[in-house]
Design a protein around this ligand. Structure first.
Ligand SMILES: N[C@H](CCC[C@H](N)C(=O)O)C(=O)O
Length: 257
């Protein structure tokens, strides 16, 4: 079995061209392929498959081996992967678990259209919203020193969120249109170097009461840019932009893995 390793601002994925539908979807196999010592290593595994009314379909699994909701950085990486496979020229449409996405690629830079966000709810100064995956957003000071793993794990496993889980984003405001975000990711159950749907959620929480439509988001693994059109407490025309690159490729004999 051929696999490709891609990363988008440090969020990394095992990518498989599964248009022939031969990949054995097995949670334990996916978990082992994502294992950083016993496997290839990755925050998740992504299958690229054929789609009726789009250029391709994205199927996303977290590194715990379970299929999950939309992955923004994974979406940017599958666009770069599909371009590498010559599936499209510079603009594509693909189907993911949260619906149809458009994307543009220029070199290693990918701009991905995210699902609309209908509502941001607030609970004692924090924010909860769904950008294709569920996110909790908390604004803090001195984010570099903040205990992201401990506090993120605590919120993700709290009574409110324990059953379905949630991704937990901690945000420091850098200037009038820039934020720094660190994320504890559901299904990875650890901090990742970047979370695309999390960066998007954090940016929307940041601009919800501002007259701003572009946000620079610094993450540990690089820089992202989010564009959004606000409409009261909802957002449309949301785009996530950043670099996505192929790191290496290889083959695995699944009969002896
Ligand atoms: N772990 C997330 C999905 C991947 C999100 C992240 N990798 C992104 O770039 O959006 C979840 O299960 O909700």
């Amino acid at each position: 079995m051929n696999f490709y390793k891609f990363q988008g601002t440090g969020n990394d994925f095992v990518m498989i061209d599964n248009r022939n539908k031969t990949f054995p979807i097995d949670n334990q196999l996916i978990k082992k392929l994502c294992d950083r010592r016993f496997g290839v290593g990755g925050d998740g595994l992504i299958l690229l498959e054929n789609a009726e009314e789009a250029d391709f379909k994205m199927v996303y699994f977290n590194s715990d081996g379970n299929e999950s909701t939309m992955c923004g950085n994974g979406g940017r990486c599958i666009v770069a992967f599909a371009k590498f496979l010559n599936i499209f020229e510079d603009y594509c449409k693909f189907i993911a678990i949260d619906g149809l996405h458009e994307a543009e690629i220029s070199g290693n830079n990918v701009k991905l259209k995210m699902s609309d966000v209908d509502e941001i709810t607030e609970n004692n100064g924090n924010f909860v919203l769904d950008t294709g995956s569920p996110h909790f957003v908390k604004f803090v000071e001195n984010l570099h020193e903040y205990p992201v793993y401990e506090k993120g794990k605590e919120i993700r496993n709290s009574l409110t969120f324990r059953e379905n889980g949630i991704n937990v984003n901690f945000v420091e405001i850098l200037d009038k249109n820039s934020i720094f975000v660190r994320t504890y990711e559901r299904g990875v159950e650890d901090e990742t170097l970047s979370c695309g749907t999390g960066a998007t959620a954090s940016a929307l929480a940041f601009i919800k009461d501002k007259n701003l439509s572009e946000v620079n988001v610094n993450v540990l693994g690089g820089n992202l840019k989010i564009y959004a059109k606000k409409n009261h407490n909802s957002f449309k025309n949301i785009w996530l932009e950043g670099l996505a690159t192929q790191v290496f490729f290889g083959t695995i004999d699944l009969n002896n893995f």
